[in-house]
Design a protein. Structure first.
Length: 236
């Protein structure tokens, strides 16, 4: 199932709008521990004939650092011990997530429409925490350790010679980036999408795409954002 550029534009506008509604009057960077995303930004690149794309940033844990959902304990992978945090020993992060280790990386997910494949494509780069300074890309094995859920690892490695996760130049910045190859995205979306005549098919498509493609590299939709979008669909 394909998604036109116009439909893609409506879908990313809807997702950014839901994010802003979740934030309310707060700034564009979220400090709510229950919302996994740091920020959502709808961008327009004038050098690419007004190409619009969506950028989502979220903090990811480096290897050996696992934070529990509650955020007040940390497990050391090499020791297998869970220790209570000392709040006074912490530096104030961009998001108030207790952690007595050095900060992890910020994963930058850019969702760009592909004119040739007629589907969204996800590009992945990284920056330092609390800055926009880019950092060298991890290795493919580090990506699998940091971001790819166990249930996705074998299927992703089995797609083609290089797997579903490959490297290429970012279509906007030209910098090296990982991306989830879109060669099978239409097939996946056709299998998932059964409501072709829905008036909000673009937003519905993007939510399904985020679950299948975004989820393969750790980009899951926060519950509050999904609930906001569902509420809007119910009001339509």
């Amino acid at each position: 199932m394909a998604l036109s550029q116009a439909e893609f534009g409506r879908a990313v506008e809807g997702l950014e709008g839901a994010w802003r509604e979740v934030l309310g009057d707060e700034p564009g960077v979220c400090s709510n521990e229950e919302v996994e995303w740091e920020s959502v930004e709808l961008r327009t690149d004038e050098m690419q004939l007004g190409t619009r794309y969506l950028r989502i940033r979220r903090e990811v844990q480096t290897h050996g650092q696992v934070l529990e959902d509650g955020g007040d304990k940390v497990e050391h992978e090499d020791e297998g011990v869970v220790e209570e945090e000392d709040p006074e020993a912490l530096l104030p992060p961009a998001r108030p997530k207790p952690d007595n280790h050095s900060p992890g990386r910020i994963a930058i997910y850019d969702i760009v429409h592909s004119p040739s494949y007629q589907v969204p494509v996800l590009y992945l780069t990284f920056s330092e925490p609390r800055t926009i300074k880019s950092v060298p890309l991890p290795t493919i094995d580090e990506i699998y350790q940091m971001l790819v859920p166990d249930s996705f690892k074998t299927p992703m490695r089995d797609v083609g010679i290089m797997g579903a996760l490959s490297m290429a130049d970012h279509p906007i910045s030209g910098a090296p980036a990982f991306f989830v190859h879109p060669c099978r995205t239409q097939d996946v979306m056709t299998a998932l999408s059964d409501d072709y005549d829905k008036p909000d098919i673009a937003e519905h498509y993007l939510m399904l795409w985020l679950g299948a493609i975004g989820g393969s590299v750790g980009l899951s939709v926060p519950v509050s954002v999904a609930q906001t979008l569902a509420k809007k669909r119910g009001e339509a």
